[in-house]
Design a protein around this ligand. Sequence first.
Ligand code: DGL
Length: 264
Amino acid sequence: MDNRPIGFLDSGVGGLTVVRELLRQLPHEEVVYIGDSKRAPYGPRSAEQIRTFTWEMVQFLLTKNVKMIVFACNTATAVAWEEVKSKLDIPVLGVILPGSSAAIKNTASGDIGVIGTEMTIASDIYREKITDLAPQMNVHSLACPRFVPLVEANEMTSSLAKKVVYETLSPMVGQVDTLVLGCTHYPLLRPIIQNVMGKKVRLIDSGAECVRDISVLLNYFDINHQRDKQTRNHQFYTTANRDSFKAIAEKWLQLPVSVEHVEI
Ligand code: DGL
C-alpha cells in the first residue's frame, strides 16, 4: 500500500483525458497534474525543447512526492519517456505502447490509422511499435497540428472545430477500420472525429488504454492507495491561466477541481 499521489504531465489540458479514465477505473487513487499550457502546443517544437520542458515537469512532480509518473502526452512520450524512465527509481509510464496494443487488438482489416502532433508522427514511433508487435499491420499516419490549439482554446464543439477536423481527416476517411487518437488532447474532439471518420471506425484512446497499465503496475509494485472512505485531495497545476484550465477540467471531469498557477 502507498498513499502517495500519482503524477501526470502533459503540455496542457490533454492529459485530463487520462485522468478522467483513471478516476473512473481507479477512484481510490490521488492525482497531481501538471499542464504546461503556457508553452503548448509542444507538437511543433524541437525534440530538445520538448525534452527540456518534460524534465521540468518531471522535477515539479517529484517535489510533490509522487509514487509514479504518467506521461499523459504522446509527444513527451515519443521524445523523452525512455530517458526519464531510465533515470528515475519510481515507475514511469507512457501512452504509446498501450495505444499500439489496443489498435492491434481492435483492427479486423489490419489498416490502422494514427493521428498525432507533428513530433509524434515525425518520430514514427507508433508505426515502429505496432509493426514490431504485429509486422503484418499497415499503419497510416497523419499529423493534425490544428487540433491542440482548438482544444486549449476550449473550442471543442465550435463550427471552426468541425471544419478543421473535417478538412484535416479527409485523407484518412475510408482508409482504416481503427484510428488511434495518438494525442491526449484528441479525445476531447472525439464526437467530431467519429462523425467525420464514420460510425464503423473504432477510435482508440491511447490515454484511456494506459490506465490499464497503471493498474497492473500498482498491483505489481503493491503500491495501491488504501481503499478507505476519505475524500481524495487531487491537485491540478497549470503554467497558464487558472480559470481557463479550471473550466475545461471541471467540464471534462464532472467534478469541482482546485487549480493553481505555477511557474516551472
Ligand atoms: N497532449 C499532447 C500529446 O499527447 C499534445 C502535444 C502538444 O502540445 O502539441 O501529444
